[in-house]
Write a protein that binds this ligand. Structure first.
Ligand SMILES: Cc1ncc(COP(=O)(O)O)c(C=O)c1O
Length: 389
């Protein structure tokens, strides 16, 4: 049997793999704490559940327009117009089956085989595979920093990059580009004319003051070149409902809409009504409660990690991940480290190799205080024992 080159060269998702391994050990009775999860450990807000029930009772269970119900597209256009000081209309907004699907659709519109795409490093696991699926070529910043810079964009464009994916707050590091960095990146985008997919899925989990620095705030005139990706998964604990949003210029959206029409049709009708409830502000209490919990846990995990010798990390300013580097004079294989930490140390984490960095591990603090405290204890004793050397 002959399988297509792009499809058969795809790699699986390491985050899902390590999450599943920790879960199956736990299910088999092993004493495992898993800090692998990329999702809130809270229930979906009541307003979303109620709206979904109402949609079912009212028979809103058939196909919807493929780009999403008009009310939701309108609500998305309005909300993110307010966030970014723009005047987006329905034609600028499209609903898909999760932000991952939104990114895949939007990439498919702009990446032709052989096109180079600049990805940040560390990158979210799916970006390189999504680019590969389309026959594109991922390239990475020349500088070695943990956050992409304007010069990285200029150099990549000079090397032929047609576009880039930007992700701040970043999964896996939780780091955020500062206002000045974002201004410089926006200037580089304007100078080079590249397209940008700004993956803003963690925009509401920013622990600094005000809104997270954004390319469109730095230069609102870039709106036709910049597609925004966001959704309800992380902000409202709705990962399983599979609703994501793309906001971009009408042509980009129209073509992505055709791709969606010929692949998945519409996102789940019931989930769209649930999403409409939260986007229109009916779950603000729960949102703020979850935000405050993550912020507090961020401080807790950082305070505890500070006491662990053999680690270096930068305090995350967003999302729910911390990304320490293992300090050792020997080169370590991070996948082996994480397997050993799981099997011998009873702690599930994700190896940095999945995000483009050897020597780092990602810990999710979407977990209880007790689990966080016990996890850091286990990591400390594992490092002390030196089992991984
Ligand atoms: C950086 C980033 N972008 C996009 C997504 C996808 O979100 P969704 O669950 O809405 O597809 C995730 C989920 O882990 C993510 O971490």
């Amino acid at each position: 049997m002959h399988y297509a080159r792009n499809a058969s060269s795809l790699e699986g998702s390491a985050t899902l793999l390590y999450t599943a391994k920790a879960a199956s050990m736990k299910a088999a009775g092993a004493d495992v704490i898993s800090l692998t999860a990329g999702q809130p450990d809270f229930p979906t807000p009541k307003a979303a559940i109620e709206a979904a029930k109402k949609a079912m009772d009212e028979g809103k269970t058939l196909y919807t327009p493929s780009m999403g119900i008009v009310e939701l597209r309108q609500a998305v256009a309005e909300k993110w117009s307010e966030v970014h000081g723009q005047n987006y209309k329905i034609a600028n907004a499209m609903v898909s089956c999760g932000a991952k699907h939104s990114i895949a659709n939007m990439l498919e519109v702009v990446v032709s085989p052989g096109d180079k795409v600049l990805l940040p490093k560390p990158f979210w696991v799916s970006y390189p595979q999504m680019v590969r699926r389309l026959g594109g070529i991922s390239i990475y910043p020349e500088s070695n920093g943990m956050l992409i810079t304007g010069d990285d964009v200029r150099k990549a464009a000079a090397a032929g990059a047609k576009g880039m994916i930007f992700n701040s707050p970043c999964n896996p590091s939780g780091l955020v580009n500062t206002v000045d960095m974002v201004k410089d990146i926006a200037s580089a985008i304007r100078e080079t004319g590249i397209w940008v997919i700004s993956d803003d899925i963690y925009e509401d989990l920013y622990y600094g003051s005000g809104r997270v620095p954004h390319i469109l705030t730095a230069d609102p005139g870039l709106r036709d070149q910049v597609a925004l990706i966001t959704g309800v998964s992380k902000t409202y604990a709705m990962t399983g409902w599979r609703i994501g949003f793309a906001i971009a210029n009408p042509d980009w959206i129209r073509i992505a809409g055709r791709i969606q029409a010929h692949s998945t049709s519409n996102p789940c009708s019931i989930s769209q009504y649930a999403a409409l409830a939260v986007v229109t502000g009916l779950a603000e209490e729960e949102r703020v409660h979850m935000y405050n919990a993550f912020k507090r846990r961020r401080d807790l995990v950082c305070d505890l990690l500070e006491e662990v010798p053999g680690l270096a990390f930068e305090k995350p300013e967003g999302a729910f991940y911390v990304y320490p580097k293992i300090l050792t004079d020997k080169e370590i294989n991070t996948e082996e480290f994480c397997i050993s930490l799981l099997e011998k140390g009873g702690l599930g984490t994700i190896p940095g190799s999945a995000f483009g960095n050897e020597g780092y591990i990602r810990l999710s603090f979407a977990a209880s205080d007790d689990d966080i405290a016990e996890a850091v204890k286990r990591l400390n004793s594992f490092l002390e024992r030196g089992d991984f050397r």
